[in-house]
Write a protein that binds this ligand. Structure first.
Ligand code: ARG
Length: 436
């Protein structure tokens, strides 16, 4: 018989329609490891609280550790597994398996605990890990870009504003712009992890637990930095979930911009770079095609991630205290995003490391007349002409910009070298930033 967590006050069995809507085991199996961890810690805390003897706790802990992992559905791919009819949620699964193993003793484990503080605890354990994992993946991408920047600190290419050629920059400088963005993303993941590093266990259903539990010691035993401070907030707070989704959406927005740049750089028109073969796709119809599908998918996933964030915020905004079942729907977006990050970020790392540069094309484009116009105006300004007048003069003589540039000894190298103040594209500055 499958053990049920509730039902005594009901005259009719739950309808099949209720199961489809209410059951979450199909996706919250992802929290299995965390649910076992939380239950092990709770069983141990029940000993000093006088609910379990030390040997009962040991029996429960050993049985919990032997429960088979119901195989996390999302680790297999993007599609969540269909809901299981057998268990309502991961907590019911763990408890049912515990009953199978130790009989009636299993019924003592839920003393003073609720699924509300249990699920909040599971999710926080999961999210702290997901944040750290995302930070590490982001760091790998940033390192790949940084090492390319060190090698290409003096490689000229056109810089753009409004998608129009603007002034020369170096390819290394372009790489480091993304390193800056990724640095902020990493800090946000770590920050979210440390803000969410609080243990809700011991908050009960909403009002706290009637047992004498040392919640700080319990929090520490689970590896949390501290215990939450208000039970109503602890069971209903999902800020950390929203923060994870925001941070992921921000990271993916950066990756989408990177993808957008690389799609253009690898286009037949620009041809500044070529994607590694292993990270490009072909066409079923046009034999010559080498397509940037990976980059387009990164861009697409950024859009969907923004949707996941707004979906969760909309879910949260009207919830009365404390726990409401709407909160069960907080999980799938988190599980999906972890898979997206685990797929997209390493794919972009592979592209960043494997990109072939067509330095001649980049240089030729960076040396085009129009890209030198600002430097000519700067040169006139340097010899005393007010910059506004210099701008007018150069603007009126764009047809002879090449001669003007020559007159003033302006080359793409001299233009780059002049941008030598902190944060500028001068090769020396780029080299310094790439190796610091
Ligand atoms: N599956 C539920 C969730 O994910 C667990 C908490 C259930 N609590 C309750 N009061 N029904 O939120």
């Amino acid at each position: 018989m499958t053990h049920k967590l509730w039902g005594a006050r009901f005259a009719a069995a739950p309808s099949a329609l209720l199961h489809v809507l209410n059951d979450s085991f199909g996706f919250d199996r992802e929290l299995f490891a965390e649910d076992v961890e939380g239950s092990v810690a709770w069983a141990k805390a029940l000993v000093p609280a006088g609910v379990l003897t030390a040997s009962e706790a040991e029996t429960i802990v050993n049985a919990l550790r032997a429960i088979p992992d119901p195989s996390a559905p999302c680790s297999a791919g993007f599609q969540p597994a269909p809901p299981s009819e057998e268990f309502e949620d991961v907590h019911s699964y763990v408890e049912a398996k515990l009953y199978d193993a130790v009989g009636a003793l299993a019924g003592k484990l839920h003393t003073g605990r609720s699924r509300n503080d249990q699920v909040a605890t599971d999710l926080k354990l999961w999210l702290v890990r997901a944040c750290r994992e995302a930070e590490a993946l982001t760091d790998e991408l940033a390192s790949a870009l940084k090492s390319r920047a060190a090698d290409e600190a003096a490689t000229p290419m056109p810089g753009f504003t409004h998608s129009k050629q603007a002034e020369p920059v170096t390819f290394g400088h372009w790489c480091l712009a993304y390193v800056e963005m990724l640095g902020r993303d990493r800090a946000r993941f770590l920050d979210a992890a440390s803000r969410g590093d609080e243990c809700p266990l011991g908050s009960g259903a909403l009002a706290g637990t009637p047992l004498a539990i040392d919640r700080d010691a319990l929090a520490k035993s689970l590896g949390f930095a501290r215990a939450t401070r208000n039970s109503l907030d602890a069971v209903s707070d999902r800020d950390f979930a929203a923060e994870y989704l925001f941070t992921a959406a921000m990271l993916l927005s950066h990756l989408s911009r990177l993808a957008e740049d690389l799609i253009f750089f690898s286009s037949d028109e620009a041809a500044y770079v070529e994607l590694p073969d292993a990270m490009a796709t072909g066409s079923s119809r046009m034999p010559q095609k080498k397509n940037p599908d990976v980059l387009e998918l990164a861009r697409g996933h950024a859009g969907r991630a923004i949707g996941e964030l707004t979906g969760l915020l909309a879910l949260l905004k009207g919830l009365p205290l404390a726990y409401d079942k709407d909160l069960q729907l907080d999980k799938e977006p988190l599980f999906r995003i972890r898979i997206v990050l685990g797929t997209v970020v390493p794919a972009l790392t592979a592209i960043a490391s494997g990109l072939t540069l067509n330095r001649d094309r980049m240089r030729a484009a960076a040396e085009s007349d129009l890209l030198l116009a600002t430097a000519v105006a700067d040169a006139l300004a340097a010899s005393g002409t007010p910059f506004r007048e210099a701008h007018e003069i150069v603007g009126a003589r764009l047809g002879s910009i090449r001669e003007l540039a020559k007159e003033h000894g302006i080359t793409v190298e001299s233009v780059l070298e002049k941008k030598n103040s902190k944060g500028g594209t001068a090769p020396a500055r780029v080299r310094e930033a790439a190796t610091s």
